[in-house]
Write a protein that binds this ligand. Sequence first.
Ligand SMILES: Cc1ncc(COP(=O)(O)O)c(C=O)c1O
Length: 448
Amino acid sequence: MGADISKRQSKAATLYSRALKVLPGGCSRNTILREPHPLYASHGEGCYITDVDGVKRIDFANNMASLIHGHAHPAVVAAVTEQVAKGSAYTMGTESEITYAEYLCSRNDAFEKMRFVNSGTEAVMACLKASRAFTGRSKIAKAEGSYHGLYDYAEVSQTAKPENWGDLNRPASVPVAYGTPQSTLDDVVVIPFNDPQRAIAILDQHTEDIACVLIDLLPHRIGVIPASSEFVRALHKWTQANNALLVFDEVITFRSNYGGAQEWYGVVPDLTAMGKLIGGGYPVGALAGKAEVMDVMNPLADRVLFPHSGTFSANPITTIAGLTSMELFDRTAVLRLNQLADYAKDSISEAIRIAGIPACVTGGGSMFRVHLKEEAPDSYRSAYVSPQEAKLMKLLFGYLADNGILMISTCSATLSTVMTKKEIDILTETLLDGLREIGPMMVNKKQI
Ligand SMILES: Cc1ncc(COP(=O)(O)O)c(C=O)c1O
């Protein structure tokens, strides 16, 4: 789809050489990097994105799962354009902040009160701080390998590797950033995902100290495999029995159902972190939950347990874009998108079967991920991508990008409502060609 590669590389390469001089690694977010240089966007329209060299691709990355209606949805553009002319941020509240909070709370009974922030990282951070403030405890528990943004505590063990992840019965607290204080690591209890027995045994060693258990119900880095009901129920029971809070990170997964992935489980969390799609394409985060917990942020209380503010929090561009976008993402739209993802997973499984190589597809809701593994992973350790697999994955991702398909670099996809079976069929056909291309290298590992 589009211009020839040599021309494309020249413009992007020029931009990248400028970028390398002013941005560490030539970027502001590592997720856009690819070899020999990142792609640079010119514009997006619906489910298509065109780069600065004129190459058009189907966008399955959707700005890391945040563009639920693809690019520049006309209703969102109109609503935002009207607001931009009136100003983008004020040292005043806005009606749209209240209307949007009312609307999001109406989508899920667990959302009694909420607050807006500017990113998913901030939403998770605020959930953890609110949990500490509410319980008076310092530790948090999280699943090994789960990504929750950049907050020191939330990122522990996100990149744990075989050489440092330790015994499964007691996974190590592995820092992501150099210089992470030991005290932070000591305050994070790491549990294995979807392993209720081991997880509860670990939690039981910290009954007096854990403020909350933080869980993503369909964690990307753990292979886009849904949390089992047994696991979620066990964590819920444990938090209730031990006066700790249950926090769901639905920054990505809120797209999975009308009221979030949590609807799959019938378990009511104390707090939910959100982000991505609820911003309608603009920077956002939010946390919602039980009023008594959220009230640790109440500035009208005699003693404010968790003072909380943010310069751009609930800015009217985001709240108006978010409201417009989420109203369009109604129950019918959610169902249709999930069905399209089921169709995609079935088609991809068939493509893998035809290609005859050891690979599989996992997913839930409107997201899925292709693994170069014969068996679908069921844990972080089994989803772990070996250096060998990473090289092949890079080739597959590159093949797709060179042939009109933009995925997330782990070969994960998130769908947007403007997609149809046509785009899925193109993805499947291109993926089949890509798998055929890398297939021989999987047999003869020496080739890569
Ligand atoms: C599950 C989850 N939590 C939190 C975050 C952090 O969100 P943000 O990038 O908006 O800070 C992400 C981002 O990918 C995420 O996937």
